[in-house]
Ligand binder design. Structure first.
Ligand SMILES: [Zn+2]
Length: 402
C-alpha cells in the first residue's frame, strides 16, 4: 500500500512536498515524492505524514486521576495526595486506567511508549495491544533489608507478561532518593543484562536537589518518615550521586532533569544518557525552567514524555510538543519533531526500528491535519502541525491502523 500526503516530515530532513511511502509486510520499503508508482494507494490531502510519536515516559495506570490532584504543591505533598487517592484502588481499576490511557496515547499520535507502573496491570493492558511498548514495573524502597524482596516482587509482576516483537516487559527503579543502593543495583543490573532500557526519575524538583545538597527540606523529611535511617547526602546532586555509586549506566533515560547542573550534564554526556522532558507535568509542579539550551550545548539528547494524568493535563504527545514550543519559542519546530520521534526511539534502543520514515524501518507513522490547512498554514509544515487545532487523523503501527 502507498500512502501520500501534502507533506512528508522526517526528522533531520527538509519537508517533502507530495511525499509518499510504500508499506509492505508492516515495513516501509520505499519513500519518494511526486507522482505515485503503480499500486493501491491512499492519498491524504491537507495532511502531513510524519513518524509516530515516541512517548518516553508515562504511567498509564494513573490515567483515571485526571484533574484529581491539585497543581503547584511540593512533590512530597503531591505524593501523599496520590497515595491517599489510590489507597482503595484494586487491580481492575489500574487495568481500566491503563486501557483508557492507551486510547489517549493513540489519539495524541503516539505509536511507541515506555511505561512505568507499580501494579503490573499496565503491562497486561499493553501486551498484545497496538502500541510498540516497553513496560516496566517500578521498584522502590529505601530499606536495604527489603531490596531483595522488592526486586523479586517487581520482577515477578513483569514476568507475568511475555515479550513479543512489539512488547517488552521489564522493571525500573523509581528514583535515587526512594531506592536503596542495593535495590538500584539489582534493578539496573537486570535491565542491562536483558538489553532493556534503564529509566529512572532524577533531578526532578527543588526538594530533591536539597535532599542531595544538604540532607534538608521536605523531601528529606518525607524519606525519613518512610525509613528513619534514610541516607543523609551532602554536597552532591542526584546525578553525581548515581554516578559515584556506579548506578548511572551508559544510555540511561533520565526522567525530568529539571535541576541539572553543568557537572551533571557533563556526566550525562559522557554516559550518552538521554533526558526525558515532560512539559505538562513540569508545568503542573512549577519546576525550575527546563535547561534545554544547556543540555544541547553539552550534547545531551532530549526526548519527550507525557508523565501521567496525576500530574499532567494531557496524554497527547502532540500537546507536549506544542507546550514545549510555547515554552521554548527559540527552538525550531523540526527540532521538536526530532525530540518526539527519532530522539525517543534512539533512547529506547529502537533507532533502527522506528522514529523515522525510511526504507527498512517499521511502518509506524501518523497523518496529522493542521487546522485550516490552506496554503498559508502549510508553508512551514512542521510549525503547522504544532499549531493548535491539529487533528491526528490516522495512526498506523507496523502498517496497521491503530
Ligand atoms: Zn514518572
Amino acid at each position: 500500500m502507498l500512502y501520500q500526503a501534502d507533506w512528508l516530515l522526517n526528522p533531520g530532513s527538509p519537508p517533502v512536498r507530495q511525499g509518499w511511502l510504500r508499506v509492505e509486510g508492516g515495513r516501509i520499503v520505499e519513500t519518494g515524492s511526486g507522482n505515485l508508482p503503480e499500486g493501491p494507494s491512499k492519498r491524504f490531502a491537507g495532511c502531513a505524514l510524519l513518524p509516530g510519536l515516541v512517548n518516553a515516559h508515562c504511567h498509564l495506570e494513573l490515567t483515571t486521576l485526571e484533574n484529581a490532584l491539585e497543581p503547584g504543591k511540593t512533590f512530597p505533598d503531591w505524593v501523599r495526595d496520590l497515595q491517599g487517592l489510590t489507597a482503595d484502588y484494586k487491580l481492575p481499576d489500574y487495568r481500566a486506567s491503563a486501557r483508557a490511557g492507551i486510547e489517549r496515547l493513540l489519539r495524541g499520535g503516539c505509536t511507541t511508549v515506555l511505561d512505568v507502573g507499580n501494579s503490573g496491570e499496565a503491562l497486561k493492558a499493553l501486551a498484545g495491544g497496538p502500541l510498540r511498548a516497553f513496560a516496566c514495573v517500578e521498584a522502590l524502597g529505601l530499606d536495604p533489608a527489603h531490596a531483595e524482596s522488592r526486586f523479586g516482587n517487581a520482577l515477578s509482576l513483569a514476568r507475568a507478561t511475555e515479550a513479543t516483537d512489539r512488547f517488552r516487559p521489564g522493571i525500573a527503579p523509581h528514583a535515587p532518593y526512594s531506592c536503596s543502593v542495593e535495590l538500584l543495583r539489582s534493578v539496573i543490573g537486570y535491565q542491562q543484562s536483558r538489553g532493556l532500557p534503564v529509566t529512572i526519575h532524577a533531578a526532578e524538583s527543588r526538594e530533591e536537589a536539597a535532599l542531595f545538597a544538604s540532607a534538608s527540606g521536605p523531601m528529606q523529611a518525607f524519606c525519613k518518615r518512610i525509613y528513619p535511617r534514610a541516607p543523609e547526602h551532602r554536597g552532591t546532586t542526584p546525578i553525581r550521586w548515581l554516578e559515584s555509586e556506579g548506578l548511572l549506566p551508559d544510555g540511561a533515560l533520565v526522567i525530568h532533569g529539571n535541576t541539572l547542573e553543568d557537572r551533571d550534564m557533563e556526566i550525562l554526556a559522557r554516559r550518552e544518557a538521554t533526558v526525558v522532558h515532560c512539559p505538562s507535568s513540569h508545568a503542573f509542579f512549577g519546576h525550575p525552567r527546563f535547561p534545554y539550551d544547556a543540555l544541547r550545548a553539552h550534547g545531551v539528547p532530549v526526548c519527550l514524555g507525557t508523565d501521567s494524568l496525576a500530574s499532567a493535563d494531557s496524554l497527547s504527545m502532540l500537546e507536549q510538543m506544542r507546550l514545549f514550543s510555547k515554552n521554548h519559542p527559540e527552538v525550531a519546530a523540526e527540532e521538536i519533531l526530532r525530540m518526539a520521534t527519532e530522539a525517543g526511539a534512539r533512547a529506547l534502543g529502537l533507532g533502527d526500528v522506528a522514529g523515522r520514515l525510511a526504507a527498512g524501518l517499521q511502518a509506524d507513522f501518523i497523518l496529522a491535519r493542521p487546522d485550516g490547512s490552506g496554503r498559508h498554514a502549510m508553508d512551514d509544515p512542521a510549525a503547522a502541525v504544532l499549531a493548535s487545532g491539529t487533528f491526528i487523523e490516522q495512526v498506523l503501527i507496523a502498517g496497521v491502523l491503530a
